[in-house]
Design a protein around this ligand. Sequence first.
Ligand SMILES: Cc1cc2nc3c(=O)[nH]c(=O)nc-3n(C[C@H](O)[C@H](O)[C@H](O)COP(=O)(O)OP(=O)(O)OC[C@H]3O[C@@H](n4cnc5c(N)ncnc54)[C@H](O)[C@@H]3O)c2cc1C
Length: 464
Amino acid sequence: MPDPDDRVILNDLHSRLNTTRVRTVHAPTSTADVVAAVRSAAAQGASVSICGGRHAMGGQQFGEDAVQLDLSDLTAVRAFDPERALLSVGAGIQWPGLVRELEQASSGSSRPLTFRQKQTGADRLSLGGALAANVHGRGLRFRPFIDDVESFVLVGAEGEIHHCSRTEEAELFALAIGGYGLFGVITEVTLRLVPRHHLRRNVEILDLREVERSFEDRLRAGATYGDFQFVTDPQATGFLDRGVLASYVPVPDDVVPTADPVELTAERWQQLLSLAHTDKARAFDLYSAHYLSTDGQVYRSDLHQMGVYVDGYHDALGGPAASEMITEVYVPRGELISFMRACQEDFRAHDVECIYGTVRVIEPDDESFLPWAQGARACVIFNLHVEHDLAGINKAAADFRRIIDRALERGGSFYLTYHRWASRSQLLAAHPTLPAFLAEKHRHDPDDRFQSEWYRHLRRTLED
Ligand SMILES: Cc1cc2nc3c(=O)[nH]c(=O)nc-3n(C[C@H](O)[C@H](O)[C@H](O)COP(=O)(O)OP(=O)(O)OC[C@H]3O[C@@H](n4cnc5c(N)ncnc54)[C@H](O)[C@@H]3O)c2cc1C
């Protein structure tokens, strides 16, 4: 065992609430490297934790004293099949790199191909992280990311290699997608591609009642992507109700993307984030004015999903140590307005500081073992300001639990791994298959080779 002083301290990039001292960090560049690293960890009796872009906030990418595998260098394209619209690539690749590879693979083609959905709000997230969390983007008619995956290569607890798809090792396919790194290391992903096309952005400022109607209109008009960014100023009459509805409708290929589109630069984002902490009314005015000025712009179907993330933006805000923490809850679509009304009251009563928030939609996932999309749902994201002292953490935990309760009361659920503050009863109410998921984990990895702080917390909480 290495000298404890030689261990490496890691943290996630967004919440920075997950300082973890790992045993060593390895950056494999091939599946064979991963096999060797897992076998070597097994020989030492060490656990293995896996990370890509390190953006997850629940501690699911690091384990105290674990051998850390950082997949960021495993990025090579292995195969491109334009006929079947498939790309096989190293799981550590992040979205900007993937866009470059796809442009290169499709260059000169009359039918360029690209990905269908990615997360919004950050780009330096890995494909492995996208599978492990079974992510979603702002699609209006899509299921979670499992729908975009043809197959993947997984290195299991003994260092053995699995080729997982819907027809081969289907059980592991369903467990590892949305399995938060607990079933092995995904080293290569074969992604289902779609034809790259063009979309026109439509921007409206509406309240939630109007959004329902407009949303149906936009769907009838053929919109395929969209989201609603709501007011977070508790003094405003439109608090958690009024917002910017942006939707995207496909246009013919000869309608070219807007040259020099109006975009939010990193500096402008920093300014908006700063105002969102100090003058939320002004932040919304500037943000909505910006969005309205982009109404009618035409985008490439992949590039409109890319977004600016200013690394370490919170440092520039000054004040005591703090950051933002995200939660995402899911409610039946007919319950959205009632849920948001309940949050309005709750946030005002408890001084909950929401920095920004979004509503999106999702279609049900009937493929993964531990699905978070358990029906056609409205997905509500709150990015809350969290002070890093004990009082701040306790307040955040209580705030997030109440948000979950409001969703559960309406037949909803919540995203499992954004934080570790859900109670045992909340976990089991929203994710009734969790005990079966842990049983599968034990069956596939009886020595608990793959661990993380989130997994350890989950076991402690459920096995209490
Ligand atoms: C600002 C921000 C915006 C976000 N927006 C969205 C969004 O719009 N939609 C959404 O669904 N999610 C969103 N997320 C959550 C994010 O998609 C997930 O946390 C995702 O897993 C992060 O990917 P990563 O590459 O940073 O992974 P990491 O944080 O490094 O790891 C996350 C998880 O993936 C596992 N993992 C990573 N690579 C592998 C691999 N190769 N094999 C096996 N397991 C692996 C890790 O063990 C861990 O469990 C957002 C998060 C942030 C901070």
